[in-house]
Design a protein around this ligand. Structure first.
Ligand code: CA
Length: 238
């Protein structure tokens, strides 16, 4: 099945870190088919070595690795201000585990066994997100449109199918954060951190209440926001 691939995806350099040879080869095969440039390593130590002298657009990281595991690698990278997006591959399916993975700095996750089509869709979603950032500042653009939902981060205007929507400051921050992180799963804690401040105080499950209110207001555009059960929320990568 040949799917047209945007030029940026073709040039993207991806590092695959996975100790199980069969799975590693499977992942690489699917990425190569899509025209990505792929390097592969079996251990976290080798991953860190390569990352010292080569830049990648995306890391696909197995969680359970011998010695240094995927979470420790992501924490290490984030502590050293390496911003490369990380897609975590994990056999863990408990929401509490997933939350740990995302809080450590991973951008998205996929659980084993996975459908290769889902893997490549997630990869492309994360790459598209980087592509949208202004290369000079790594900042998101002034406005974004996902489906029929349009958000202007400068004028604070939000509209669905061209109809203006009036949001509270916390609802606006919530949708702005989710949009600017399109394709990434954001945990509840992360969202609380983002929308806190400037006279806004949020705790725990009230994030769910804010999302509920937000979805109601954006009406026909509500399905742009996906609920990741027990974990958090994500704006769909369309
Ligand atoms: Ca493993």
């Amino acid at each position: 099945m040949a799917t047209p691939t945007p030029a940026v995806d073709r040039q993207a350099q991806i590092l695959v870190v996975e100790d199980e040879q069969e799975i590693r080869e499977l992942i690489c095969l699917h990425l190569l088919r899509l025209g990505f440039s792929v390097r592969e390593v079996a251990t976290g130590e080798d991953a860190l070595k390569i990352l010292q002298h080569q830049k990648f657009d995306l890391l696909i990281m197995d969680w359970m690795l011998p010695n240094l595991n995927g979470i420790e690698i992501v924490r290490h990278l984030r502590a050293h201000k390496v911003p490369t997006p990380v897609l975590m591959v994990t056999a863990k399916t408990e929401p509490s585990d997933i939350v740990v993975g995302l809080e450590s700095g991973a951008d998205d996750y996929i659980t084993k066994p996975f459908d290769p089509a889902v893997l490549t869709a997630r990869v492309r979603a994360l790459l598209r997100r980087i592509d949208k950032l202004d290369p000079a500042t790594q900042q998101p653009p002034d406005k974004m449109k996902v489906g029929e939902l349009e958000v202007n981060f400068v004028t604070y205007e939000v509209s669905c199918c061209g109809t203006p929507i009036h949001l509270t400051p916390s609802e606006f921050k919530l949708i702005a954060t989710l949009m600017q992180n399109q394709g990434r799963v954001l945990t509840r804690d992360r969202l609380v951190e983002e929308i806190q401040g400037e006279g806004i105080s949020v705790v725990g499950r009230t994030v769910d209440t804010h999302v509920f209110g937000l979805r109601k207001k954006i009406g026909d555009c509500a399905d742009v926001i996906e609920t990741i059960r027990g974990v958090g929320y994500r704006v769909k990568a369309l």
